[in-house]
Design a protein around this ligand. Structure first.
Ligand SMILES: Nc1ncnc2c1ncn2[C@@H]1O[C@H](COP(=O)(O)OP(=O)(O)OP(=O)(O)O)[C@@H](O)[C@H]1O
Length: 695
């Protein structure tokens, strides 16, 4: 079935009409479908293949150019027919495209429509043009019919392609099914032979079964019998199982108890081991102790004998001590009598002069040293030479000053204290003792009385040394029956105002001086804190607190200059249990403010007022001493706070010592001269005989 229609041959009219060449152009049928021109020749490639048209112009049914002969046709019985030689690349010589095979009906040209050409009257024989026009019209109609047929052909061809594809797939399925069928047949044959074998086996088995049935019946009988027996056994087993469970529970409980017992036994074994070791040790120790005890007992017997001997010796010694104590008391009484007699002979106001050494920086300025001051060998006279003020015969003016003692720059704090310790002792004997340091700013007053800041024991001043000695002596007198009570106060007089240096700063009332009673000259200061002290450590602590509170300001002469008088007072009350005697003494240790001369200018009002107050109080101190010395009826104690406060420690019942501190600087010559003149005046005073206060 090639199915390829022969191309429609159209003859040129001129050919028909025997050599009459038509002047009309040769017509070609043009089929337009879906905007594509059918029947046009496709461009050919060199190898004769038809090149593809541009996509938009490509024919929908490409199968038109394919040959159906490329696929093997399948016969109705499923046998493949021989494939027809492909003709796909066959050259198309016809003017139109290759046409698909048409059915006989489709191939038949349709009857020409009975249009105008049918109804038209027949042309006259001479009307060649009219005939030609009719022919052309008919030709046109034929072309249209042909185009319609071609479209139909294409559709049919498509259907055929689809059918062919289905046929191919059906052919494959049939082939597969045939193969499966043959396999099934083979399997069936195998099954049949198996069935035959099984049937044979079934027969044999049936025979066996009948035999077995007979046996079974016998067995059933036996089983029934055994079941009865088993039932009996089951009951027994149940009972036995219950017993076993009960026994297991008992066993587990017993195991637990056993474990506990084992643990206890282990612990007790350890304890027994320890106890055994301890017992062994104790036994050994006991035997050692027994031996020691025996030895000790014998020693004890010896000791008892010794104790008896010693007791009699002690009794003898105690008697001797009592006798010696009696003698000591008598000797102490004699000592005190003699000591005070010496003090009285010395005069009850003494003046010690002390010249401090040049300081490090002062030594650089004054390379020649302290050549304007000299001392006599007996350390009682100081000679001051005015090196700048030379007379006509080139001799310098000399000033001699006699004192109870003159301490040179090399003298230590200990040297100075050894000279005043007897006086300090007098306070414990019931005297009022007053030691004060006088001198210009920076001359060494504070160094002498308190010692330098952070001082070592070697540099401790008179106050800590005096306190130390008093506590030491008071404690050594305990075995003579003396008990002492000490009360410490530390005051400052600044600009004629009293400040409590040991106060807590909480009291709003100002400290005031008042007489204790009208009979005695004794004065006391109110509104200050009085500290009962029992050790020198406590006093040291108080001194530290006072030093912090003290008003200190720098001056032109000394960077640690104090502009106030400070008065440390220790009231000592003693009672002797043995003799029933009681004493009351006071130790006043006074660091006076610097005795500077008033300058003409250069000081502020505040500083000027300070200086004025300091100088007035020092001048009043001199006046009081003079008045006492002259035995005047009125002693001007109340002219200033300083003399008022020291009223009971100056003259009368008191022992007074004044340090006049001297600066070694030559530039301070005039100040030194003033200080020495003041001190000499005081030294020449006799302010009466001190009396101890006893009851
Ligand atoms: N004997 C001494 N040995 C060594 N240094 C001394 C001695 N005396 C005083 N100084 C030193 O001299 C300086 C002045 O002494 P201090 O402050 O005691 O003078 P002051 O008279 O108390 O002065 P102010 O009146 O201003 O308080 C201090 O640095 C002090 O350490």
């Amino acid at each position: 079935m090639s199915g390829i229609p022969k191309p429609i041959q159209r003859k040129v009219l001129g050919d028909r009409n025997d050599g009459v060449k038509s002047r009309l152009p040769m017509l070609k049928p043009t089929i337009v479908k879906n905007g594509t021109v059918l029947g046009k020749k496709r461009p050919m490639q060199n190898d004769g293949q038809i090149t593809e048209l541009p996509k938009q112009k490509k024919l929908k049914s490409e199968g038109v150019v394919k040959s159906t002969a490329t696929r093997p046709a399948i016969s109705s019985n499923g046998v493949k027919s021989k494939p027809v030689k492909p003709t796909a690349t066959k050259k198309v010589s016809a003017p139109g495209p290759r046409r698909p095979v048409q059915s006989a009906a489709a191939a038949k040209p349709k009857k020409a429509p009975t249009g105008s050409s049918v109804n038209k009257p027949a042309r006259a024989g001479w009307d060649l043009r009219g005939q030609i026009a009719d022919l052309e019209e008919r030709l046109k109609q034929k072309d249209e019919q042909l185009a319609a047929i071609l479209v139909k052909c294409e559709e049919n061809l498509q259907q055929k392609e689809t059918i062919n594809e289905k046929a191919v797939s059906l052919e494959a399925e049939v082939k597969k099914t045939a193969e499966e069928l043959s396999n099934t047949i083979q399997q069936r044959n195998q099954h049949m032979s198996t069935i035959e074998l099984l049937q044979k086996e079934a027969v044999a088995m049936e025979m066996d079964l009948s035999k077995t049935k007979v046996c079974n019946k016998e067995m059933e009988k036996t089983i029934a019998e055994q079941k009865g027996t088993i039932g009996q056994y089951s009951c027994k087993i149940e009972l036995l199982e219950k017993e076993a469970v009960a026994l297991e529970m008992d066993l587990s409980k017993t195991k637990v108890r056993n474990n506990e017992m084992e643990k206890t036994i282990e612990g007790q074994k350890g304890t027994i081991g320890h106890l055994t070791t301890a017992q062994e040790t104790l036994t050994a120790e006991l035997s050692v102790t027994k031996l020691t005890l025996e030895r000790k007992e014998s020693t004890l017997c010896e000791r008892d004998r010794e104790i008896v001997e010693l007791k009699s010796t002690i009794e003898e010694m105690e008697n001797t001590i009592a006798e010696k104590n009696q003698k000591l008391l008598e000797a102490e009484e004699t000592r005190r009598y003699l000591h005070n007699a010496v003090q009285e002979l010395k005069g009850n106001i003494r003046v010690y002069c002390r010249v401090r050494p040049l300081l490090e920086e002062e030594r650089k300025e004054q390379e020649e040293g302290i050549d304007f001051i000299s001392f006599t060998e007996d350390e009682k006279v100081l000679e001051l030479i005015n090196l700048k003020d030379r007379s006509v015969n080139k001799t310098s003016k000399k000033f001699d000053f006699s004192f109870d003692h003159v301490f040179g720059p090399a003298s230590s704090q200990e040297d100075v204290f050894s000279e005043i310790s007897q006086l300090v002792q007098s306070a414990l004997d019931g005297y009022n003792v007053c030691i004060f340091a006088y001198g210009q700013t920076g001359s060494g007053k504070t160094f002498t009385m308190e010692g330098p800041i952070d001082s070592s024991v070697d540099h401790e001043g008179m106050i800590p040394r005096a306190v130390s000695q008093i506590f030491l002596t008071a404690s050594s007198w305990k075995d003579k029956g003396w008990e002492f009570e000490m009360e410490a106060t530390f005051l400052e007089i600044y600009n004629e105002t009293i400040n409590d240096l040991l106060g807590h700063g909480t009291s709003r009332k100002k400290p005031e001086i008042r007489m204790v009673d009208n009979k005695s000259k004794e004065v006391e200061v109110t509104n200050i804190v009085k500290h009962i002290v029992t050790s020198e450590g406590q006093v040291a602590h108080l001194l530290e607190r006072a030093a912090k509170n003290r008003a200190v300001a720098s001056t032109a002469y000394n960077e640690r200059s104090s502009r106030s008088h400070s008065i440390f007072r220790l009231k000592i009350s003693g009672k002797n249990e043995v003799t029933g005697e009681s004493r009351q003494g006071t130790l006043n240790l006074v660091d006076l403010a610097g005795s500077e001369r008033l300058p003409e200018s250069g000081y502020s009002n505040d500083r000027f007022k300070e200086m004025k107050n300091i100088n007035q109080s020092l001048s009043n101190l001199g006046k009081v001493i003079m008045a006492l010395s002259n035995k005047e009826s009125h002693i001007p104690y109340r002219n200033c706070k300083l003399t008022h406060l020291l009223q009971d420690s100056l003259g009368g019942n008191s022992k007074t010592l004044m340090f006049v501190n001297i600066s070694p600087k030559e530039e301070c010559f005039q100040e030194t001269l003033c200080s020495l003149r003041f001190a000499v005046k005081v030294n020449n005073c006799n302010i009466g005989t001190a009396q101890k206060k006893t009851k």
